[in-house]
Write a protein of this length. Structure first.
Length: 336
């Protein structure tokens, strides 16, 4: 059964004026939708605009152009009352759980605060019970309620951040690199926790990450972002089996394959050079300065966003017969 799109992002742009006539194009014409109950991953290097996209979607930043529709309502044209109600429905989990938790507040105060702001559980005893329940939901216990953030490990602090995000019983969570600051051993635990909570509470996620290794385990579909643009979008399975864009292939090449024979013999796409400045992006295809397959047309023409196979979109001239004359598709071994 196909589900309705809960979130629609249409041609979203977020540009920042940097003075002296310069503009930073953090998000430059990005479109996608997220269905109810789905996890949509956005992946890309630091500085590609993925976190800015997340913050613009939740309304922390106003948009420059385009629209964000949540359940049919334009997020950036809401009345104050509508925005207040919207913030109950959509919550955010941040990358650095330590920086996002007030060090002078107890865990109980941190988790209670959004409930107080929204007038939920006005009875103190009931609110405390709710805090205990949320702590249990995220794998902590009631004894943790009176402690301070510094008394916890990074993984536990992220669990507290998740409990706070759940305090208002939201429908949709934007998880902005929620595991990037954690030890590898803890990352899988937090991903599993998020998956379990999704199942239990029927949540929809936008999961933002800088590498493809862990995103695979949580996302239904993944969008790959480069310098403010989406360059590829498809199901998680398809992206790993059949990556089309050279940038996606390079990201997948960076993930080690635990089979030495495959690892030794697979063809790699190595990314060279730094991410160009979003204040001065390359002409044509924004990836051309690092792309091993760049052609003349890549400097003069922006590649079209095309559906190459069902639910598999890519922006690259290699897949446009009008430009190449044939499908000169570069191949890499899929990551396991
Ligand atoms: Fe590389 Fe050209 Fe494709 Fe861009 S359009 S990814 S430069 S081949």
């Amino acid at each position: 059964m196909s589900k309705e799109a809960l979130l629609k992002v249409n041609n979203l742009k977020k540009h920042f004026s940097m003075g002296k006539g310069q503009t930073l194009k953090a998000v430059d014409d990005v479109s996608f939708h997220i269905k109810q109950g789905e996890t949509f991953g956005i992946v890309g290097e630091s500085g590609c605009g993925k976190s800015t996209a997340g913050r613009t979607i939740i309304g922390l930043y106003n948009r420059t152009e385009g629209e964000v529709l949540y359940d049919g309502k334009n997020v950036h044209n809401m009345t104050e009352k509508e925005r207040f109600a919207f913030h109950r429905k959509m919550q955010m989990i941040f990358q650095d759980p330590y920086a996002s938790l007030n060090p002078r507040s107890t865990v109980q105060e941190i988790i209670s605060e959004p409930m107080e702001v929204h007038g939920l559980y006005p009875n103190k005893k009931e609110r405390l019970e709710r805090v205990y329940q949320l702590l249990e939901d995220v794998g902590l216990n009631r004894d943790h309620a009176n402690r301070y953030p510094h008394e916890f490990s990074g993984g536990q602090r992220q669990r507290i951040g998740i409990a706070r995000a759940l305090a208002l019983d939201p429908e949709f969570i934007i998880a902005d690199e929620p595991i990037s600051a954690l030890d590898v051993s803890v990352q899988a635990q937090v991903v599993n926790l998020l998956k379990g909570l999704q199942k239990k509470k029927g949540l929809t996620y936008l999961f933002i990450a800088h590498d493809l290794s862990m995103v695979k385990h949580i996302s239904d579909r993944i969008g790959v972002m480069y310098l403010g643009n989406l360059v590829e979008l498809t199901t998680s399975e398809n992206l790993y089996k059949n990556p089309l864009h050279p940038y996606t292939q390079a990201l997948l090449s960076a993930i080690p394959i635990p089979d030495p024979d495959v690892e030794d013999h697979r063809e790699r796409v190595i990314l060279e050079g730094e991410l160009p400045s979003p204040m001065n992006p390359p002409s044509g295809c924004v990836f051309r300065t690092r792309c091993p397959y760049a052609m003349e047309a890549c400097a003069s023409m922006k590649p079209e966003w095309q559906e190459i196979e069902k639910d598999h979109f890519v922006a690259c001239h290699l897949y446009n017969e009008k430009v190449t004359g044939d499908h000169n598709r570069p191949q890499v071994a899929a990551a396991k």
